[in-house]
Design a protein around this ligand. Structure first.
Ligand code: COA
Length: 170
């Protein structure tokens, strides 16, 4: 299922326009692209990575800082666009796994995501409510999930999640 020619790497300045175009095309609106641009401008994209196929950026993933319970530092995974003509070929999965490994390698312990439980559970995400972690957005509780990058890294994490101000405009 995975496309063997897809390369995974951190975003570079030369990718910015292609990443914006990819996000805009995938979501069919500007909001997610504006969010990523605003986070990048604020130097708040902790990880910004791409999947590249034949010199074309076909997927992107962004992580930005959050706090949990007002004191615990973690990362939020958002958004993850895969170009429509490249979806369901395993690219989202390999990019997410690669990026989570990068988060772990860089010393991060906890990642949250707002998304489809049937998709994100395959990467080990569990409902945030199981950790006593509260989503700040009005969404079904099962859609807000947390991943411990190291066993037990969310044990002390409790309370509400605070996102960067850039998410308020989203
Ligand atoms: C959701 C998305 C990131 C998945 O990436 P992808 O490369 O298409 O997915 P993969 O090929 O890695 O995985 C395919 C599997 O995910 C499932 N899947 C794909 N999109 C899904 C979705 N929105 N909800 C639930 N499951 C989904 C497929 O059914 C398939 O399941 P299977 O392995 O059991 O057959 C991609 O389809 C996408 O960009 N969608 C539009 C934007 C979006 O919704 N992004 C996520 C929120 S930020």
């Amino acid at each position: 299922m995975n496309r063997p020619c897809t390369a995974l790497r951190h975003e570079e300045a030369a990718d910015f326009a292609a990443v914006r175009a990819l996000i805009h095309a995938t979501f069919g609106r500007a909001e997610e692209a504006d969010l990523v641009d605003a986070l990048r401008s604020a130097d708040a994209l902790t990880i910004s990575a791409v999947a590249e196929d034949a010199d074309r950026v076909v997927a992107h993933i962004g992580f930005s800082p959050i706090t949990i319970g007002g004191q615990h530092h973690a990362l939020a995974l958002a958004p993850v666009p895969v170009a429509p003509d490249f979806q369901r070929q395993g690219i989202g999965s390999v990019l997410i796994r690669w990026s989570l490994d990068e988060c772990r390698r860089l010393g991060h312990g906890v990642v949250s995501v707002l998304g489809e439980p049937s998709y994100y559970s395959r990467f080990g995400f569990l409902p945030a409510v199981a950790f006593g972690i509260e989503c700040p957005f009005p969404v079904p509780s099962e859609a807000y999930m947390v991943l411990e990058l190291l066993p037990g890294s969310a044990t002390e994490f409790r309370g509400g999640v605070s996102y960067r101000a850039e998410f308020e405009k989203f």
